[in-house]
Ligand binder design. Structure first.
Ligand SMILES: [Zn+2]
Length: 126
């Protein structure tokens, strides 16, 4: 949810991004404000080391620039989810860091409505 001009605005599209070296659970919400008609982009992510969730909202030129920067990291978008609904059932991505044998492992899973998980990818962090 994006807040602008004292309005709560539902995103038109959500991008789910691959983690980078610093952040996981990266998500970009894209919307247009119905009041001022500006392009709005809300970028949320969680620090892999700090576990802190950060979230910033940008508008107009800064929003466009951020979208260009983040576009290559897109794993899938909310539009892909809608598209895939009929074929695979509705699924969403979940990224978690788990500890196994003293090592930290980044696990990407695909989760359906019933909470059934399927691990898509595992990556050793350190
Ligand atoms: Zn506005």
């Amino acid at each position: 949810m994006i807040v602008h001009c004292n309005m709560k605005i539902r995103p038109e599209v959500i991008w789910f991004l691959h983690p980078d070296q610093e952040y996981t659970d990266r998500k970009v919400e894209i919307a247009h404000c119905p009041v001022c008609e500006k392009l709005l982009v809300r970028y949320s992510r969680q620090g892999i080391l700090t576990r802190k969730i950060l979230s910033d909202t940008f508008s107009k030129g800064k929003a466009e620039k951020l979208l260009e920067e983040l576009r290559p990291y897109r794993e899938y978008t909310s539009l892909d989810l809608i598209f895939n609904k009929g074929i695979y059932g509705f699924r969403y991505g979940e990224t978690k860091i788990i500890k196994k044998d003293g090592k930290k492992i980044l696990v990407d899973s695909s989760v359906d409505f019933n909470g059934n998980k399927e691990i898509v990818r595992e990556k050793l962090l350190y």
